[in-house]
Design a protein. Sequence first.
Length: 285
Amino acid sequence: MIQFLSPPLPHFICCGEDTYPIGGRHPDRSSIGVFDLLVVTRGCLHLSEDPLSLTVPAGSFALLRPDRFHRTALPCEEETHFYWLHFHTLGQWKEVDERPDAINEGSKDAFQTQTVHQFAHYLPQTGKMTFPEAAYGWLRELLDLEDETTVASQWRQQILFQELLLCLQQAAKLPASSSYISVADEASAYLRRNYKTAVSYKAMAEELHFHANYISLCMKRAYGCTPLEYLATYRIEQAKRLLIDTNETIGRIAEETGFGTFSYFIRSFNRLAGCTPKEFRTRYR
């Protein structure tokens, strides 16, 4: 399974299709520099990418890494049709097992903080398509757009590619030991929904049906912070947006972003942003 940290999202490069006769072989390649996604619609491909052996029947896919040698393990035993797609990412990626690392890295600017915006998604290196006909339709449309060179067609290709990745991700069933990720995701979504109001561990535990200590452990492992730390960071991020985009008073912004008192807002903002709200507004307006 391959983990991608985003943003930036993986980006589409090019695609095509091919049909191998009986005895046909996929080319042997080494370190091609891009991810190679193969989606088989008919027949079966037998590939090897050390240390993996990949059998890809109709309705399945294989994802080959950009930095390894892959080759044909066995020639095709029947006529085999497949789509191929090359993509890459400017972000971080790596192969992971049942213990994904904490997601606590990212860039900072006026709008971004490192624990809120970055997320991880996982693609298995082989699997069965959850919705094969939909995937085939996206791939055919991607192929049709290859002959167009307009900005609109390139944009459409990237959108179709992201739809395809979402489809593939559904085949990436994380092991039970990684269920903490889903708990952390539920908790972070709850905190983002309720950041304007007073949030308590008790209310969150009742809403999510998990003990508060367990939720805190899951978020610490997945995001590198506790729920309250995540909430404070998210509130400050919303305050930054209001300071730049509106003429609301600083006191009003403190209320709208869930801070109980003006003084607490000033202390929190100074600690997390490195300046006062007034200084921040002056700098970025």
